[in-house]
Design a protein. Sequence first.
Length: 292
Amino acid sequence: MRKIPPFTALRAFEAVSRHESVTQAAAELNVSHSAVSQQLRLLEGYFSRRLVRKAGNRIELTPAARSYAHDVRKSLDLLAVASEDFASSGSAHCIRINATPSFAMRWLIPRIAAFQRLNPRIEIRLETSNTDEFESSVEQSDLVIRRYPMKKAGLACRHLLDDEAVAVVSPVLLSELKVRHAKDLTRCPLLHMKSRISAWPDWFRKAGVDISQTPRGQVFDHFFLCIEAAINGYGIALVPEALVSLDIAERRLGILFPQSRIIGSGFYGLFNPSARKARSVEQFITWLTQED
């Protein structure tokens, strides 16, 4: 027979190891402070050695206990994944994805059907919210996608796509403009993003063009509006290449001076690696990172 400590004590110990706080561990487990303390004492009695010690207003694990907590966490994660697979065997998974409107419209929606055909047992449900609203989205979503790295205790953040902003123009407008050098763009109709009003000045500096002020032009709230305006010949847009890759491939847009790019941090996905749907989420992430 396997010699295993009481499971309730292990859960309490693992929660305390992450929070380094009995109070926070108790809140997570929905039990009292004294109940968690009792489970810690029970586990210390089982091993006949101290696991935690006082560190000011908080507690910390002993070095040996910290190593043990790491192994316990991996074991609980494995148990959670195995339980998820068993519980969902024979049924479809539903993944709730939260992304910004532009990423949803310009990248996800054109490709989700292809993923569904390859993975008919995984159903995608897509929601959108503003760029900075990821904290509130995490609780209701299995995967949150944003244009910057995200941090939240207990969650994993994965790089999904590169973010390189390029200048794009419709073939019709390009035929009407006399553009031979990057400097020529200073007299062309430029399209701006309200949240990144300094993007064009940055692009001109990358291209070696000195400008005294931000060139004037139409300002948009969302990338998808800016891109749609560019496709219809309203002006030249500076947008993430990932969001216009299909338009470039189908010649609705072309890149001007492709060597001049604004390199961003990238697009990232935030999810809970211990959740029931973690394996399906990781399957979706793997597919997403292989798409162009």
